[in-house]
Design a protein around this ligand. Sequence first.
Ligand SMILES: [Zn+2]
Length: 149
Amino acid sequence: MQSDDTAELAHNGIYQNVVSCGSVISPMRVTLGWARCADNVADILRRGAWYPIVEESADGHVVVEVRQQRVRLPRRDVTIRTEVPDHWSIVARTGVLRPTLGAGRGSDVVTTYAVCPLCHYRQDVAGKPDSVKCVRCGASSPVDWSETC
Ligand SMILES: [Zn+2]
């Protein structure tokens, strides 16, 4: 009997180590869904990045986990999806290119960058590739060009 108990403890210990390790969000983790922020909350959440929803309240708020902190947000300020995010998000930055000597005229420029679905790394993309490999976590993921945020 005693050996069985020991074995079970050891097993639980290993299991706990696995589930509690690190701050990287596991895609296998059970959540209520995933939220991506709109512009006006970009100070708290990284624009284009999906964060796991850990709580949903009846008054129209969701609580997401951001770097192991809980952040409460109005539902209307976030985009919500239920499936695990597996595509790069495309974020568009709009700015005005200043007229400089030789450049002639000022014009609106839109630059885009992609946000890794796994580690939230921001990476510039050239052209319009179907998939991009993250330089930080090394994962290759397809790019969601259907919408920008
Ligand atoms: Zn990554």
